[in-house]
Design a protein. Structure first.
Length: 123
């Protein structure tokens, strides 16, 4: 927009307002197009891929520079995964109590013992 001058007519002001409205409408359309779920998901995945590749590059360079600690960390991770997946495969879980065996015989009932009878007190 131009600075308001004394000789500017109403028509010129309206024309500049229409140009500003059209520019604003184009900007809003671009924003709406960029905020679709698909576009946002593509952006997030793109950043995640870039971050993952950077992390792998750094990790491999660090492992090449310090091979023994990298080997020990890898062995620890492998042992942890083996323990967790081995328990999951065997059906052992820490967060639930062991289920009772469905066909185990129940123990025989305990005989009830009666208290010995005392004779009534005499007066």
């Amino acid at each position: 927009m131009t600075a308001l001058a004394g000789d500017e007519t109403t028509g010129e002001i309206e024309r500049e307002a229409e140009i500003a409205r059209a520019r604003l409408a184009r900007t809003l359309d671009q924003l709406r197009d960029n905020l679709t779920p698909q576009h946002l998901a593509d952006e997030v995945l793109g950043h995640a891929r870039h971050g993952a590749s950077t992390m792998l590059t750094t990790l491999s360079a660090s492992a090449a520079k310090h091979p023994v600690p990298a080997l020990l960390i890898g062995a620890g991770c492998a042992a942890l995964l083996a323990a967790v997946t081995g328990r999951a495969i065997a059906g052992q879980r820490d967060d639930f109590p062991a289920a009772p065996i469905p066909y185990a015989p129940s123990p025989p009932p305990m005989p009830q013992q009666r208290a010995p009878e005392t004779p009534p007190a005499t007066r």
